[in-house]
Write a protein that binds this ligand. Structure first.
Ligand code: DAH
Length: 348
C-alpha cells in the first residue's frame, strides 16, 4: 500500500510538472485528488487493513495528500511566474531610447499680444471691462453721440442682424465705455479688448478684427494724461524707450477734441530711412505711424451716462490690435493671422 501511495505521488508530481496551463493543472488535481480520484480509491481500500496498518498508512496517505495539494498550488504560482517572464521577454522597453517630444501648441500671436497689452495697462492701474460682440445699436452708436442719421455711421460698414432688430455686430469696442460708465461712478480707468466687425476686406482690413479701447474719467483728467498713457504703452509694447507720440486733429463723434495718435516708426525711429540709407517701407518714409484714435470724452457722452461734465473730464482711445501686431512682428498681410497656417503660427 505504501508503494502505491509513493507511486501515485510521483506520478502526480510528474504530471503536474508537465501541466502547462491552469486547466491542465486542474485536470491533474481532479484525476488524483478529486472525489472520484485515484487518491480516494486508496483511502477507500484502507478499511481492509489491520488497525495498526490503518494508522500508519492512513497517516502517510493524509500527509501525502497535503503535500500534493501544496504541490498543485505551487505549480499554479509557477505558471503565473512563467507567464510574466514570457511577457517580460516579449514586451521589454529600452529606457535608453531618446523620448519622443509631444507637439505642444501655444497661444495665438494675437492672444499673446492682448495679454501683453493687458499687463502693461494693469501696471498703470487700468482694469479690464467686457461687453457683448452682438451689440445694441443704442450702445454701438446712439449713446456714443452717433444718432440714427449721423454721417459717421457710414464710416463703419456695419453688419446688421436680420432677425434681431436694432442689433449689430459691434463695429468698435467703444460701446463698452458706455456700458461701464452706466454701471460705475468715477474714477474710471478701464480697457476693453476684443473682436469687432466691419464689412471690410483687403491686405490690412478683415471683416473681423481686434480693438483695444481705453477710458479714464475723473476730475481734472487732461490730454497730458492721455499722452503719458499712450507713450508709456507704446514704449513698453514695442520695447523701445525712444518712441515718441504726437497728436493730430481728427474727428470722432464721441470725443471733443478728437485726434489721431501717431508714434515714431519703431523700425527707422522717425528717420524715414534705415541706418543703411534704405528708405523705410513700414512708415513709407514719413517716420510716423498712425496708431490710435483718441480724444477727450465728449460732454454729451458724459451726460448720456448721467455724469456731470462740469465736474468730470476724461480721455478715451481706440487702437486696432491686429495692425500693431503686424508692425511689431513685421507681418505683411492681415490674412496670415486668421488662416491658421502652422508654418506661420509656429514662427511665434
Ligand atoms: N472707435 C473708434 C474706431 O473704431 C476708435 C476710437 C477713436 C476710439 C477715438 C475712441 C476714441 O475711444 O476716443 O474707429
Amino acid at each position: 500500500m505504501q508503494e502505491k501511495i509513493q507511486k501515485l505521488k510521483s506520478d502526480m508530481l510528474v504530471n503536474l510538472k508537465a501541466a502547462s496551463s491552469e486547466s491542465a493543472i486542474k485536470d491533474v488535481e481532479v484525476k488524483y485528488l478529486g472525489r472520484q480520484g485515484l487518491f480516494n480509491d486508496i483511502m477507500k481500500s484502507l478499511k481492509d487493513l489491520s488497525d495498526d496498518d490503518k494508522r500508519i498508512v492512513g497517516k502517510l496517505a493524509n500527509e501525502t495528500k497535503k503535500e500534493l495539494e501544496a504541490a498543485a498550488e505551487k505549480r499554479y504560482s509557477e505558471l503565473e511566474g512563467e507567464k510574466l517572464d514570457a511577457i517580460a521577454d516579449e514586451e521589454w522597453i529600452d529606457v535608453t531610447v531618446p523620448g519622443k517630444k509631444p507637439a505642444v501648441g501655444h497661444r495665438h500671436l494675437i492672444s499673446k499680444f492682448i495679454d501683453d497689452l493687458e499687463m502693461i495697462f494693469a501696471k498703470m492701474g487700468f482694469s479690464v471691462a467686457d461687453g457683448p460682440e452682438v451689440e445694441l445699436e443704442h450702445y454701438n452708436f446712439n449713446q456714443l453721440n452717433i444718432p440714427d442719421d449721423h454721417p459717421a455711421r457710414d464710416m463703419q460698414d456695419t453688419f446688421w442682424l436680420k432677425d434681431l432688430k436694432k442689433h449689430v455686430l459691434r463695429t468698435q469696442t467703444s460701446p463698452v465705455q458706455i456700458r461701464h460708465m452706466e454701471t460705475h461712478e468715477p474714477p474710471i480707468r478701464i480697457i476693453a479688448m476684443g473682436k469687432t466687425f466691419r464689412k471690410d476686406s483687403d491686405a490690412t482690413h478683415s471683416p473681423m478684427f481686434h480693438q483695444i479701447e481705453g477710458l479714464m474719467v475723473d476730475e481734472n483728467i487732461s490730454m497730458a494724461n492721455l499722452k503719458a498713457v499712450m507713450t508709456q504703452m507704446l514704449q513698453q509694447i514695442f520695447e523701445d524707450t525712444s518712441i515718441k507720440t504726437r497728436f493730430r486733429v481728427s474727428y470722432f463723434p464721441f470725443v471733443e477734441p478728437g485726434m489721431e495718435v501717431d508714434c515714431t516708426c519703431p523700425i527707422c525711429h522717425g528717420d524715414g530711412k534705415l541706418d543703411t540709407g534704405v528708405p523705410c517701407r513700414l512708415c513709407k518714409q514719413c517716420g510716423w505711424l498712425e496708431i490710435a484714435g483718441a480724444g477727450m470724452v465728449h460732454p454729451q457722452v458724459l451726460e448720456n451716462v448721467g455724469y456731470d461734465p462740469k465736474k468730470y473730464t476724461g480721455f478715451a482711445f481706440g487702437i486696432g490690435i491686429d495692425r500693431m501686431v503686424m508692425i511689431k512682428y513685421r507681418v505683411n498681410h492681415l490674412r496670415l493671422f486668421f488662416e491658421n497656417d502652422l508654418r506661420f503660427i509656429n514662427q511665434f
